[in-house]
Design a protein around this ligand. Structure first.
Ligand code: C2E
Ligand code: MG
Ligand code: MG
Length: 364
């Protein structure tokens, strides 16, 4: 019961057989399979821990069979038979493992496990690197960059973060990955600070909820700054609204601890979450970033235009900087500028590129 949600059902069917019924999984079968597999892995891990009975330490080797039942009209009997068959398959594979009844589900779960293994290996082999995208002011002058992680996969080539960040977050791999990102960004920042063209640039780093909530988060950031020799006043951390919603007080304390050292904070993808304005004003922020979904149609959709303008006004009245993300056309830039936004990021000013290319562009 500790491995599942309160809405799930846990039952002992008899002997050493137990049944879990997971409800409210994601609608897509592949997503639901991945979710079911995560829960099953958790249960496997819990049940595989040693049991101390009197003086003996005992081990259990559970096997789990999984079948999905959404929108299917099999009888309970048929469902249990399928789960049972899958469970025997797991046993046949040497126990301590899980199997899906449906080969397609099994394939989805295996692909996910393979990707997880690949990410783990990629972290060890330093396959992750940073691209940098310029942030410019009203005059088109570069004020800094945002660091965006890329995976230089040995077979697949350059992989975008949307393909691995969610899984890295689910599996906890975001912690070692995030630490690498932070170190690389700080090292780059320290290098740029030695050159006259780039010495006043800021570098913004994206941080996931799990990293931010980690007990060592503040220490990790300060370590990365100290080890690289980067100036804390030129480092910005990008957080998202949803991340700050849980345990607001603790979040504020963390932000304060870093801000005292000079680190800045930016609220990324602003407008897409469920911000409570009453606590927004309490957060020690420096900047709001207007999400690119509002910028995209700012010239054609009056609602998006109204939201973008409201964010600019909100930022101004809270005394925060505001950056528009995803600016692709001169028209968008002009509209935003006219409505009080003075910082921009987007393909109009440059795509994310490796650090050396950024300097070549700057010189040309
Ligand atoms: P984000 O932080 O909101 O980053 C902006 C995304 O918009 C980037 O996608 C960037 O390439 C893209 N973009 C920039 N200008 C334009 C434009 O003019 N038009 C369009 N259509 N797109 C533009 P990318 O690099 O694929 O990153 C996606 C997301 O992955 C990021 O969104 C961020 O949430 C996450 N991410 C990236 N790097 C890291 C990281 O190091 N750590 C964590 N935790 N998340 C990261
Ligand atoms: Mg960002
Ligand atoms: Mg964003």
């Amino acid at each position: 019961t500790a491995s599942v949600r309160a809405s799930d059902t846990v039952a002992r069917l008899g002997g050493d057989e137990f049944v879990l019924v997971l409800q409210g999984l994601q609608p897509g079968p592949a997503e639901a399979a991945v979710e079911a597999e995560l829960v099953a892995q958790k249960v496997l891990q819990e049940l595989s821990r040693p049991y101390t009975l009197e003086d003996a330490v005992l081990y259990s080797t559970p096997s789990i069979g999984i079948t999905l039942f959404r929108n299917q009209d099999q009888s309970v009997h048929e469902l249990l038979k399928r789960a049972d068959l899958a469970m025997y398959q797991a046993k046949a594979q040497g126990r301590n493992t899980l199997c899906f009844f449906d080969p397609a589900m099994q394939a989805a779960a295996s692909a996910r496990s393979a990707l997880e293994g690949d990410i783990r290996l990629g972290i060890e082999r330093n396959e992750f690197l940073l691209h940098y995208q310029p942030v410019v002011n009203a005059a088109g002058h570069r004020m800094g960059v945002e660091a965006l992680v890329r995976w230089n996969h040995p077979q697949r080539g350059m992989v975008s973060p949307s393909e691995f960040i969610p899984l890295a977050e689910q599996t906890g791999l975001i912690l070692p990955l995030g630490q690498q990102v932070l170190r690389m960004a700080c090292t780059q920042l320290a290098q740029w600070s030695q050159q006259p063209d780039t010495c006043d640039w800021t570098v913004a780093v994206n941080v996931s909820a799990q990293e931010f909530r980690h007990p060592d988060f503040v220490k990790r950031v300060l370590d990365a700054l100290r080890e690289s020799g980067a100036n804390a006043h030129q480092l910005k951390i990008e957080l998202t609204e949803s991340l700050l919603l849980q345990d607001v007080e603790d979040g504020i304390a963390r932000m304060r601890a870093l801000r005292e050292r000079g680190v800045g904070f930016s609220l990324d993808d602003f407008g897409t979450g469920y911000s409570s304005l009453s606590y927004l004003k309490r957060l020690p922020l420096d900047q709001l970033k207007i999400d690119q979904s509002f910028v995209r149609d700012v010239l054609t959709d009056p609602n998006d235009a109204a939201i973008a303008c409201t964010i600019v006004t909100l930022a101004q009245s809270l005394g925060l900087d505001v950056v528009a993300e995803g600016v692709e056309t001169e028209g968008q830039r002009e509209f935003l500028l006219r409505n009080g936004c003075h910082q921009f990021q987007g393909y109009l000013f440059g795509r994310p590129v490796p650090a050396d290319q950024l300097l070549t562009l700057l010189k040309s």
